[in-house]
Design a protein around this ligand. Structure first.
Ligand SMILES: NC(=O)CC(=O)C(=O)O
Length: 305
């Protein structure tokens, strides 16, 4: 966990989710398209967004065979200055430049990352401030290994290693907790981030045509309601010619558990106004955040550093 200080007060802000389409096997084309869409997202709305989010695996096809092929060395160490200028990652360079150019906070979805020291691969999200600095990095903690006979078998652990750090970052308008896709299924992660002061939880994700209709909305509303925070997941657009068929439906849920913005399955940019009063009113009206019985059950966040 990278943050131990007092969380900033939640202020109203505008969130934009880019449900990116045309993610193919040409990485340069994927990066070019993502950049164009970020420029569009920050230009084409009456209220310029404060924070823009890309989906999981935005620079490569999604699948365990692809991760080592598309992986980039990032070499970021939390708490240490990172020089984007000398970064070996072309994705990091593009994301940093466009965050700086648009003067916007940017959650750069996720990309396959190579750790050359350990020869391991991760599914990694990087975050940039409006000056273009790389300020946070989250490695997907829970790997997507499932087997639903006749429907979908997927095994990220064939080529990836799971991260082992809970990550959040502070902006001038919120403390934001990070997860990637399958991480949303684990309530402990959301609970710990919320109890450490995160008011907004963001998960670049890519559910599919089996688990999407079952759980995509349910999980976001559950995490939002459990913790009385904003929750958002940003998906790639659905492409039935790709090897993995993403569900789409990028979404923002408020602390009452209500869906306040949702895309369909196509390439879209959706916007949501984050209303700080709703968080306060929800917690005041239904005060579960102060009614927990840690004399009966343990506080999972106490053990997390
Ligand atoms: N792609 C994922 O990591 C997770 C997913 O699709 C699911 O949980 O369902």
């Amino acid at each position: 966990m990278s943050i131990l200080t007092r969380a900033p007060v939640l202020k109203p802000f505008t969130l934009a989710l880019i449900q990116l389409g045309n993610i193919g096997d040409n990485k340069a084309a994927n990066l070019k398209h993502a950049r164009e869409m970020i420029l569009r997202a920050t230009r084409d709305h009456p209220k310029k967004p404060d924070l823009v989010v890309l989906p999981e695996c935005f620079n490569s096809p999604y699948g365990h065979v692809h991760f080592p092929v598309y992986a980039e060395k990032i070499g970021y160490t939390p708490g240490q200055a990172y020089d984007v200028g000398t970064s070996e990652s072309e994705s990091v360079k593009m994301l940093s430049e466009v965050a700086k150019e648009t003067k916007t906070w940017l959650i750069g979805g996720s990309i396959p990352e190579r750790d050359t020291q350990k020869e391991t691969y991760y599914n990694t999200c990087t975050v940039y401030n409006p000056q273009g600095d790389l300020v946070a990095l989250h490695r997907k903690i829970h790997l997507f290994d499932i087997d639903i006979p006749g429907k979908i078998t997927f095994k990220e652990s064939e080529s990836l290693t799971g991260g082992n750090v809970i990550n959040m970052f502070d902006t001038e308008f919120a403390r934001i907790g990070l997860g990637i896709c399958y991480d949303v299924r684990f309530p402990e992660l959301a609970m710990i981030a919320a109890r450490k002061g995160a008011q907004v939880l963001i998960y670049p994700g890519a559910f599919n045509l089996t688990t999407g209709p079952l759980h995509w909305e349910l999980l976001q509303r559950a995490r939002a309601n459990d913790n009385q925070v904003f929750v958002s997941m940003c998906s790639p657009a659905r492409d039935l010619t790709a090897g993995y068929h993403a569900w789409g439906h990028s979404m923002v849920v408020n602390p009452l558990g209500e869906v306040i913005a949702e895309a369909d399955e196509n390439e879209r940019i959706i916007y949501a106004g984050i209303d700080a009063n709703i968080l306060e009113e929800t917690r005041k009206g239904i005060p579960v955040t102060t009614q927990r019985r840690f004399d009966v059950y343990p506080d999972v966040s106490a053990a997390a550093q």
